[in-house]
Design a protein around this ligand. Structure first.
Ligand SMILES: Nc1nc2c(c(=O)[nH]1)N[C@H]1C(S)=C(S)[C@@H](COP(=O)(O)O)O[C@H]1N2
Ligand SMILES: [Mo]
Length: 164
């Protein structure tokens, strides 16, 4: 894996990918989203459709789950692939450069029409920041999103502090 790799895609795929900023920017313009603030005013930056990256990797028919790994803060979410395959996006740029860590970068998984926190598998908490690996698998992968109300409230409190 080269130093410039921001995102690996592996598991139940035909080709393991190690994508740099340039690789993400080189994806077909029709699969790019110029300004994510149009779908959510709280978010900034540009994105690429998840489906475009999955096509590059070639998802095997056996894949049923997609797991978003953020190794920097050890946060992981595993979602049914069908629920996000055609609607999730991967935010990776801001003002021509990489998405800053303050916005969840360099790579952020994002579901434009997410549900409120802790309501279902695909909710706001599944919008994993600092994603460095996307894994496809037949069975559910690692998911350490907080299940307890108090634990989740604490996570939100820490995230709010980090932003201020
Ligand atoms: N890597 C990482 N991604 C994460 C989290 C986290 O703690 N670490 N928190 C999740 C939760 S619980 C929520 S609600 C959203 C919050 O995103 P925001 O900080 O941009 O509002 O990020 C999600 N993605
Ligand atoms: Mo959350």
């Amino acid at each position: 894996m080269s130093d410039s790799t921001l995102l690996r895609i592996d598991g139940d795929v035909e080709r393991t990918l190690a994508l740099s900023f340039a690789d993400l920017a080189a994806v077909d313009a029709r699969r790019q989203i110029d300004d994510v603030s149009r779908s959510d005013p709280k978010r900034r930056g540009g994105a690429v459709q998840l489906s475009a990256l999955l096509e590059l990797a070639g998802v095997r028919p056996s894949a049923r789950y997609i797991t978003l790994h953020a190794s920097s803060d050890d946060f992981h979410a595993s979602l049914p692939l069908d629920a996000v395959r055609e609607r999730a996006i991967v935010i990776y740029r801001l003002d021509g450069g990489p998405l800053p860590v303050s916005a969840g970068g360099p790579v952020r998984f994002f579901i434009p029409d997410f549900a409120a926190c802790r309501t279902q598998e695909v909710d706001e908490c599944a919008n994993v920041k600092f994603v460095d690996r996307i894994e496809l698998s037949a069975t559910r992968g690692l998911d350490n999103r907080p299940l307890e109300e108090a634990e989740h409230a604490e996570l939100h409190r820490r995230q709010a502090e980090g932003r201020s």
